[in-house]
Structures are given as structure tokens and as C-alpha cells.
Design a protein around this ligand. Structure first.
Ligand code: GLY
Ligand code: MN
Ligand code: MN
Length: 461
């Protein structure tokens, strides 16, 4: 974890923002896989990590905005725990590491909250996303556990988002480390992308790199020759020449900061002319968008800029037609790029998504579009220095979507359906980088990962 001052300072800032009531942060517990003692890989709650730092299951943090006091609730280990897990630090020692002097056993938490509620004090909490946390909150707050998400504090959600959105220097250093692990994962994936190799071999090898160099992957690896399926988690294919392989993979550092990178590689390492044609379009959307990302410009502006590049170039190739601005305004480009350009990234790969996407990327003035494609944009607001975003345009040939739109005659003035069949073998191409917004522009984080046709081909050879 970081030094104790980091957590003290963050909590002090939250105290200034909320001023009254209490905020309860329930850390994650172990989640059983197939029987209670055989658990999934433990992942701490990101807000608990942000304010209290500890990567240990079974703790809770409490902030009292009226008294200014912070607490850690947790249980000291007994001899049985020591026999199985070895000696563990006391709750007192752990609390001091995040700048907190006051501790109590978990059992005491219910009593403290009961006392606060009896005095009609507000108990703020963030929307829980795990059943276990919902049950604990329901028990402590005497509410229906199924209602805990809707009862979460909007004031606390907004305050936390305002803090976590702007990354501190130490956080950016962590994200750069995570991108550097992703560098190793992606270069390995490119080198292994050869005829006859199984997707599973590459998937397992690069997952191993994430575990060997950091805290594992930041999300389940997407690795497939069927890149037209955006989040394809099946890895059963054997690579064949003529296909493109999408690798969308990132790592967490040991402190749980994420990276999220996508590269697309032709099987065998050499692009055909048709593969190159589509690849260069996606690459242009990626690099041109990165060139203009800076404070004041919004992620929605950048999204539409990338969509217009894709539509313009698809028209050049003869796959689209008509007026590009009209086509993009109508949403015709979404046949090829049905997702948003990018999302915030930090302690979560889709940063703070558990707090509610619309609180992060939208507000009273900027509302989410209902149009297919644009509706998947996770963030529409202007960039600020300290934001970390992914820039991830893509171009996909999704047979089922093409067939449906064609049968409906949808956007027939903008799309040359008769030309699309020849491009179906491409599947999908996505190129994704992680970008820090600076005072004047931006910085692509981490060691540059091969991206141009030349760089990818050189890496593969
Ligand atoms: N890793 C999924 C995404 O790019 O958002
Ligand atoms: Mn990704
Ligand atoms: Mn992403």
C-alpha cells in the first residue's frame, strides 16, 4: 500500500466534502468458488482500497464527519488462524498503516450504526455490487438487502467520483507500471500469433505474465480470432492464416491499478491488403483521437471524431456512401463501431463503474444518448487534467447485425451492403491505448506497444 499520509489526506478531503453524518465502507470478503474454504482470487473493493489501502478480506472502514474521527473495524486473528495462515498483524497495527488510531471488532459495527441511527444521523454508503455486502449492509442498517443499491448515498457517490476521477502522481505511476506489464503480455501475444497455435495457449501464457509481474489481469482476457464479438471470452480456436486475432488484455499492479490495452494481429504476422485497409482505418481513428485529446474537449467530441474518421474511410473503401456527417448523426457508422470510444481507468479497469456510469460520465446537462452505438458511450463529459482514459476505436463485421440491418433496409442510403460479405473474414479489429489528460494535452501511458502495421509485422517476425 501507499504511505499512511496518502490515505489520511484522501479521507480528510472527503470529510471536507461531506461535513455531516457517517460514511460506511464495507471491504470485500472471500468469495467461495465451489466450497467455502476454496475461494476465488481475492479482490478488495476499490473504494476501500482508495481510502483505507488494505488488501485483506473482512474489514470495514467508518468515517464520522461530525466528530472528524475515522475507524477500522476488523477481527484479530486467533491461534487457529495463525496455524493455517501464519502470524498476522493486529487490527491496531493495520489501522495505523492507513493513519487510523481507532479500531474495534467487527461485532461492534452494528452497535455503532444502531446508535447513530437512533440519533437520526445519516449513514452514507456506496452502492454494493456483491450479495455478501448487500446482506451485511442490510443487517447493520436494518434495511432490505435487496434495496441497498437504491438506498446508496448520491452525495457520497458524487464526492468519491470527484476525487477518484483526478489521478494523483503516485496513481499515474502505478497505471504506467500496469501498462508496462501489458506491454509484455501484448508483445508475447503477437509473437505467438501463428498458424496452428491454440488461442488457449496464448491466453494462458499472457495471463501468467500478468500474475508473474503484478496482481493478475484487470479483467478477463479477450483473445479471439472472432474479434467481431466484442467481449469474446472463448479461447477454443486454433489459429489459421487469413484470420485476425484480437487481444484485449490488461494487468493490475500489486496495488490494483489497471491497464487496458488492445492490439489486433494477423495470424502469421503479415497483413493482407484487405486486413491492412481496415487496420489502417482503426489506427487512424486511434492516433487522430489521441492527438486532439486535451482538457476542454469532451470524450463525446472525441468519440464522434473517431466515428467520422471510420465512416469517411469506409466510404473511401466503398463500404459506406452518402454524406458522412449525416451518416454519423443518424448512427449508421455503428454497424461497424457499435461501442463507445473509451472509458475512465484507475483502480477499476472501467473506473468506478460500480458507483453508476451515469454519475461518472453524464450530468444534468449532458444526458446519455438513446441511439444504438452512442448509447454505449460510458463517458460524455469534458476531459480534465488528471483524467485517465482508454482510446479504443474498433471496426467489426458482425454477420448477425449486418443481416438484420440489411433485411430491415436500415441506413441503405449510407451502407453498401453488397460489398460487406467480402470483409466478413476480418472479424473485428480494435486498437486501445491508455491516455492521461495533462494540463495542455495528453500522454499515452507506459512503454509504447507495437501498433503500426510495420511495428506489428516486425514484432511478429
Ligand atoms: N477491456 C474491455 C474494454 O476495453 O473496455
Ligand atoms: Mn480493453
Ligand atoms: Mn477498454
Amino acid at each position: 500500500m501507499f504511505k499512511s499520509e496518502v490515505y489520511t489526506k484522501r479521507r480528510e478531503e472527503l470529510h471536507k466534502k461531506l461535513r455531516t453524518g457517517l460514511a460506511l465502507f464495507i471491504g470485500n470478503t472471500e468469495a467461495p468458488l465451489n466450497y467455502p474454504a476454496n475461494t476465488y482470487h481475492f479482490r478488495q473493493d476499490s473504494d476501500f482500497l482508495y481510502f483505507f489501502g488494505h488488501d485483506i478480506p473482512g474489514f470495514a472502514g467508518l468515517m464520522d464527519f461530525d466528530s472528524g474521527k475515522d475507524w477500522i473495524f476488523g477481527n484479530d486473528t486467533d491461534m487457529e488462524d495463525i496455524i493455517w495462515m501464519g502470524p498476522q498483524p493486529t487490527v491496531k497495527d493495520l489501522a495505523l498503516k492507513c493513519g487510523i488510531a481507532d479500531t474495534a471488532p467487527m461485532m461492534k459495527l452494528e452497535e455503532v450504526i444502531k446508535d447513530a441511527l437512533s440519533k437520526k444521523r445519516k449513514v452514507h454508503f456506496l452502492p454494493p455490487y456483491r450479495g455478501e455486502t448487500k446482506m451485511t449492509l442490510g443487517l447493520i442498517l436494518k434495511e432490505n438487502p435487496c434495496q441497498m443499491k437504491t438506498l446508496a448515498s448520491v452525495e457520497l457517490i458524487k464526492a468519491v467520483i470527484s476525487m477518484r476521477s483526478i489521478k494523483e502522481k503516485i496513481e499515474i505511476e502505478e497505471i504506467e507500471k500496469a501498462v508496462d506489464i501489458a506491454y509484455e503480455m501484448h508483445v508475447t501475444s503477437m509473437k505467438m500469433c501463428k498458424q496452428g497455435v491454440k488461442e488457449q495457449d496464448i491466453f494462458g501464457t499472457i495471463e501468467g505474465i500478468a500474475l508473474a509481474k503484478g496482481g493478475g489481469t484487470s479483467f478477463p482476457i479477450i483473445l479471439s480470432v472472432n474479434g467481431q464479438t466484442l467481449h469474446n471470452h472463448a479461447h477454443g480456436n486454433v489459429l489459421k492464416k487469413g484470420k485476425m486475432m484480437v487481444t484485449d488484455a490488461g494487468a493490475e499492479t500489486n496495488l490494483h491499478y489497471a491497464s487496458d490495452i488492445t492490439r489486433t494481429t494477423p495470424v502469421g504476422g503479415k497483413f493482407s491488403q484487405q486486413q491492412k485497409d481496415i487496420y489502417e482505418i482503426v489506427l487512424k481513428a486511434n492516433t487522430e483521437a489521441i492527438k486532439v485529446a486535451k482538457p476542454g474537449i469532451s470524450n463525446r467530441d472525441l468519440h464522434f471524431m473517431a466515428c467520422k474518421i471510420i465512416a469517411t474511410e469506409m466510404k473511401e473503401l466503398g463500404l459506406m456512401k452518402g454524406d458522412v456527417d449525416e451518416a454519423v448523426a443518424a448512427g449508421a457508422h455503428a454497424l461497424f463501431m457499435p461501442h463507445g470510444l473509451g472509458h475512465m481507468m484507475g483502480l477499476d479497469v472501467h473506473d468506478m463503474e460500480a458507483l453508476g456510469e451515469d454519475y461518472i460520465g453524464y450530468n444534468d446537462e449532458v444526458k446519455r444518448s438513446k441511439q444504438f452505438g452512442t448509447s454505449f458511450l460510458r463517458f460524455a463529459l469534458p476531459y480534465k487534467p488528471g483524467h485517465v482514459f482508454t482510446v479504443e476505436p474498433g471496426c467489426y463485421f458482425i454477420p448477425e447485425l449486418i443481416d438484420m440491418w440489411k433485411a430491415e433496409g436500415k441506413f441503405k442510403d449510407f451502407i453498401n451492403y453488397s460489398k460487406l460479405a467480402a470483409f466478413l473474414p476480418i472479424g473485428g479489429i480494435r486498437i486501445e491505448d491508455d491516455v492521461l489528460i495533462t494540463e495542455k494535452g495528453n500522454k499515452v501511458l507506459g512503454k509504447p506497444i507495437p501498433k503500426t502495421v510495420k511495428e506489428v509485422e516486425a514484432t511478429c517476425s
